[in-house]
Write a protein that binds this ligand. Structure first.
Ligand SMILES: *Cc1c(COP(=O)(O)O)cnc(C)c1O
Length: 455
């Protein structure tokens, strides 16, 4: 085992990126624009400005500027927990007895426990700069809400979080972390909003869903003076902020002259994967290098592998613009036994276009296989991974095992997006042998897709 490459490749603070990279600038086929559901026309900056902060609207619509400077205040915040390490998974390689070389970029070293803080601080910063009072958002498992409440408390902004009801009840500790940072947390659907009341009337006793919580948060933002809505994934601006992950990864690899063969990430709404792969995809799009890029999603919520590339609503209440994306339909809700996060019905428009153009691959994995990988990883590498991240671990292990068969010394890089301390009910179900896999039938997916809007 060669030890020339350290266990952890750290960058100096001075080597942190000073701009985000916007992969859209290098895409020949640009991602499809958001559409106004009323008119069917692309959303204008003015229309988007009613919901989102002005500077973020600019970033959302900018398909041309390759590098967007990171304001100094945001860079200073990043320094509290960045640069994040790129770890050589020597112990996992040893365990698997594989000739593959495995690296992971670890984004769990902050209190929110995930990569989401990278975009939360950027979005809160632009809201503050615009002189707003506060922001509203939704959260599922709670990582995004936690990240946003941290960013808002740092900047002195109010933060209203609509938390998917089942998570609100199952993850009380997440909720309390958010409240520690001063956020108000409301279980969704709630009686606070028109859309929440409507959903409760139609589906009494519902567990809630991300799409429903989004509708509530948007409604509150639009109706409250001095508030805007912010979103932790899916949007172009979020992928832009998350490019800090990929830029640091590329800089760390270059330090040791390492050329990855494949880059793997889990895909919920696509922000960590989009951020990780952006600079590599940029090289691929410009014809400078080639990489295999693999998105990994749950078999119970398979937007890329079984969804349709079409315009769809981003939320259940249909108050948001339409986005063209790989989708399972905005009414799709993964089975209740699905524990592993990544439960959004759609996918980033950027990644959807790249996937449709054949520039990246996707696969789905069953949750028991995901937790098996999570446990193996925890035991040898020490970090307790988030279930979401463990989708990427699963695929990295599978690829490393293929290398073992063929004897190929491939270099695999994957994104370890966060830690799983608040997911112990899911780990418990796995350990007790009670975790099951529910994979939606073709009929269920077809029924959901039949409700796609006609555009
Ligand atoms: C939110 C989250 C994800 C999935 O979101 P993406 O936008 O697809 O990155 C993955 N891992 C962790 C730890 C998360 O919190």
């Amino acid at each position: 085992m060669s030890k020339e490459i350290p266990y952890k490749i750290y960058l100096e603070e001075s080597e942190m990126p000073d701009s985000w990279y916007n992969v859209r600038a290098d895409m020949k086929n640009k991602p499809a624009p958001l559409l106004n559901p009323g008119t069917g026309q692309p959303m204008t900056a003015e229309e988007l400005g009613g919901v989102f902060c002005d500077e973020l609207v600019k970033q959302e619509l900018d398909n041309d500027t390759a590098y967007i400077p990171i304001p100094e205040e945001i860079r200073n915040f990043y320094k509290m927990y960045r640069p994040s390490p790129l770890v050589r998974a020597y112990c996992l390689e040893e365990k698997l007895q594989t000739p593959a070389k495995i690296y992971y970029k670890f984004e769990g070293n902050n209190t929110s426990g995930s990569h989401k803080l990278n975009s939360a601080i950027a979005q809160a910063y632009y809201a503050k700069k615009q002189g707003l009072k506060g922001v509203t958002t939704e959260t599922g498992a709670g990582q995004w809400g936690t990240a946003l409440s941290m960013a808002c408390s740092y900047l002195g902004l109010d933060c209203k979080v609509y938390m998917v009801k089942v998570s609100y009840e199952q993850k009380p500790f997440r909720r309390e972390v958010m409240r520690t940072y001063g956020a108000s947390v409301t279980p969704s659907p709630s009686m606070d909003t028109e859309v929440g009341r409507k959903i409760l009337e139609e589906f009494p006793g519902t567990n809630g869903s991300l799409g429903c919580a989004i509708s509530e948060a948007v409604e509150v933002a639009v109706k409250s003076e001095g508030y805007r809505y912010v979103l932790g994934s899916v949007l172009n601006q979020v992928l832009l902020h998350q490019s800090v992950i990929g830029l640091e990864t590329m800089a760390a690899l270059k330090k040791y002259d390492i050329k990855p063969d494949m880059i793997i990430g889990c895909a919920g709404g696509g922000s960590n994967l989009g951020g990780l792969i952006s600079p590599f995809m940029g090289e691929k799009l410009r014809g400078e290098a080639d990489y295999r890029i693999i998105a990994v999603e749950p078999a119970s919520c398979p937007s890329f592998t079984r969804g349709k590339y079409a315009y769809d609503f981003c939320d259940t209440g249909k108050v948001c613009p339409l986005a063209k994306m790989y989708t399972l339909g905005s009414g799709f809700i993964p089975a209740p036994n699905h524990a592993g996060g990544l439960r959004y019905h759609g996918m980033s428009s950027i990644l959807s276009q790249l996937y449709d153009d054949g520039l990246m691959e996707a696969r789905s994995v069953k949750q028991t296989d995901v937790f098996e990988a999570a446990e193996m990883f925890a035991r040898v590498e020490g970090i307790l991974p988030a279930p979401e991240s463990s989708h990427a671990i699963r695929a990295a292990i599978d690829e490393a095992l293929k290398c073992k068969e063929t004897g190929e010394e491939k270099t695999i890089v994957f994104g370890l997006t966060g830690t799983g301390y608040f997911d112990m009910y899911a780990y418990e179900a796995f350990h007790d042998g009670k975790m099951t896999n529910y994979i939606p039938t073709d009929e269920e997916i077809a029924a959901s897709l039949a409700k796609l809007p006609q555009v």
